[in-house]
Design a protein around this ligand. Structure first.
Ligand SMILES: O=C(O)CCC(=O)C(=O)O
Length: 234
């Protein structure tokens, strides 16, 4: 799988020089046909639908659906600062709605680093509670704080190549740059049409590919929800 991810990354970087220059730290939609061919996609689908990975996913989410894949790497500019955030803050919904999502939905990253890394820092437990005033000031750069200021009671994920790191997108987290990280994230969520509006159906395996997968249940749920949503989107 590493060879497929590396080829994707090299090609993605060649096509996205401008974005890299603007400081992006991740690519996404790896399983679409944009860059990878069918065999390469199947390599990723087989990993995502493996019994080993899905066993962990099923332990954490009841009836999980596949949402997306991402690669996280270091910014080009070595001085670039990181930023504490919760993914829900970018949905453009009011804080009350963000708090509801925090209580009610799961969006979880399953991270497999290609190289040993300490590339992610989290504030444990924050997927179950809202920010302290200090956390909120830092996360939103208020009251003289920066989004990269240190926070108390954090934990850095210390991962070796091939490990599996798991974190909720709802928690307060930030990337840690400078260690030459290259991490493959597979993101699963509840089978909730509201969450799957962010799914690109082009990233899903077709029926033939699904037939060969060990545990395609998350892909099947996403395909069903995407198919039900398609008429409404037209
Ligand atoms: O690894 C990172 O840079 C942080 C991950 C992240 O920002 C995210 O999943 O939203």
């Amino acid at each position: 799988m590493a060879a497929v991810l590396t080829r994707f990354h090299d090609e993605w970087c060649a096509r996205n020089e401008a974005a890299l220059g603007r400081g992006v730290i991740n690519s996404a939609y790896l399983t679409s046909r944009e860059i990878l061919d069918e065999d390469e996609r199947l390599t990723l689908f087989s990993f995502i639908a493996s019994g080993a990975l899905m066993g962990v996913v099923n332990d954490l989410i009841e009836g999980p659906a596949f949402l997306n894949t991402q690669l996280f790497f270091d910014p080009q500019e070595t001085e670039q600062q990181n930023y504490w955030h919760r993914d829900v803050q970018y949905l453009g919904v009011p804080v009350a709605e963000q708090k509801r999502l925090l209580r009610e939905v799961n969006v979880i990253h399953f991270r497999v680093p290609l190289v040993d890394e300490r590339g992610l820092e989290v504030v444990p437990g924050t997927h179950h509670r809202w920010d302290s005033s200090q956390e909120e000031d830092v996360r939103l750069a208020r009251n003289g704080c920066h989004v990269w200021d240190s926070l108390p009671d954090t934990e850095i994920l210390d991962l070796n190549a091939g490990d599996l790191g798991v974190f909720s997108a709802n928690m307060i987290h930030r990337g840690l740059y400078g260690g030459n990280r290259m991490a493959f994230d597979v993101i699963f969520c509840d089978s909730n049409p509201e969450l799957l509006t962010h799914l690109d159906p082009m990233c899903l395996p077709d029926e033939d590919a699904i037939a060969d997968l060990e545990d395609p249940s998350a892909f099947i749920r996403s395909r069903k929800i995407a198919a039900e949503a398609a008429p409404r989107r037209r």
